[in-house]
Design a protein around this ligand. Sequence first.
Ligand SMILES: CC(C)(COP(=O)(O)OP(=O)(O)OC[C@H]1O[C@@H](n2cnc3c(N)ncnc32)[C@H](O)[C@@H]1OP(=O)(O)O)[C@@H](O)C(=O)NCCC(=O)NCCS
Length: 158
Amino acid sequence: MRQSELYVRYARLADAAAISAITAEYARQGIMLERSDENIVENIRNFFVAEYCGEVIGCCAIAFYTLKLAEIRSLAVFNRYKMKGIGRLLVEKAESVLREEGVSEVFVLTLSSTFFRRLGYNDIQKEYFPQKIWRDCTHCPKLMACDEIAMVKTLSSI
Ligand SMILES: CC(C)(COP(=O)(O)OP(=O)(O)OC[C@H]1O[C@@H](n2cnc3c(N)ncnc32)[C@H](O)[C@@H]1OP(=O)(O)O)[C@@H](O)C(=O)NCCC(=O)NCCS
């Protein structure tokens, strides 16, 4: 990949269809929660995208819970671009924005624990985040059989 053609930026409304395409494939495989097009559009300001040669090839979103706690979610990279450092770039961008906002703790619920461990996240009990359980998990079809791992990272101030 030509690094000069790759960058991560805030998503724009026009990126909604690309975000939907990237996440829908993994949702079909049961790897991620499905997000409707309406939900993506509603939350577009919380999304970041990775763009390569003018094409959106990855995305992630942030969700705020308290002044100090946030979640990184909807992280996905198109299959053919995996293992090239793009997931890392997306997470680092999200973390840097969260730091600027004064957030000190970020969590993820994921099936990709090896990836997040590489980025400094540690396993934690899901029950540590009751806000998450109330906001999303109660609406999830997998609720009683959740196979996702909760992981957390402390964001050091710059
Ligand atoms: C998880 C995902 C976003 C990772 O993106 P990626 O661009 O392939 O990851 P990167 O290339 O940035 O990898 C960063 C590090 O994690 C490691 N890594 C990435 N995926 C890995 C995997 N499946 N198994 C083991 N290590 C992995 C890389 O080797 C790299 O290690 P390094 O720092 O030693 O070089 C991508 O695999 C994906 O889209 N998965 C499907 C959706 C998903 O599971 N999303 C998470 C929901 S929260």
